[in-house]
Design a protein around this ligand. Structure first.
Ligand SMILES: [Zn+2]
Length: 127
């Protein structure tokens, strides 16, 4: 076999593998486990809130009685409370990013924790 073909296939294979290896060894930096857990908890919370909203809509349109609504919503609210506690504990375990603050160009204060860019003019807050 042609030596160049072998060399090119090795080169191609290593190029194709690089992003996977990068994720494999730097995965902890890219996505920490806590933030993953937090996002799943957040999506669960969103789902519960949507269920509650649907129930409210059904009650408003007269599909279910008020007593049924309060009965069904009790479970959802209890679940929401436990979820909120979980989210709180996860947030306490995760070190929060420092507030970057005021833009050097337009002096707009960005109150978002860990913001990298100004919310008003879009310029970088770190530079
Ligand atoms: Zn700005």
């Amino acid at each position: 076999m042609d030596i160049l073909l072998i060399l090119y296939s090795i080169l191609l294979a290593s190029i194709l593998c690089t992003p996977f290896l990068y994720i494999r060894f730097n995965g902890k930096i890219l996505t920490t486990r806590n933030s993953e857990l937090k996002s799943t908890l957040d999506s669960e919370r969103k789902m519960l809130l949507e269920n509650l909203k649907d129930l409210k809509t059904e009650m408003d349109t007269g599909k279910i009685q008020v007593s049924e609504f309060s009965e069904l919503s009790e479970d959802i609210i209890a679940n929401l409370k436990t979820l909120d506690e979980k989210i709180k504990s996860v947030k306490a375990a995760t070190p929060s990013l420092p507030v970057v603050g005021t833009c050097s160009k337009c002096n707009f204060y960005t109150p978002i924790v860990g913001a990298k860019f100004c919310a008003m003019c879009g310029s970088s807050l770190s530079g």
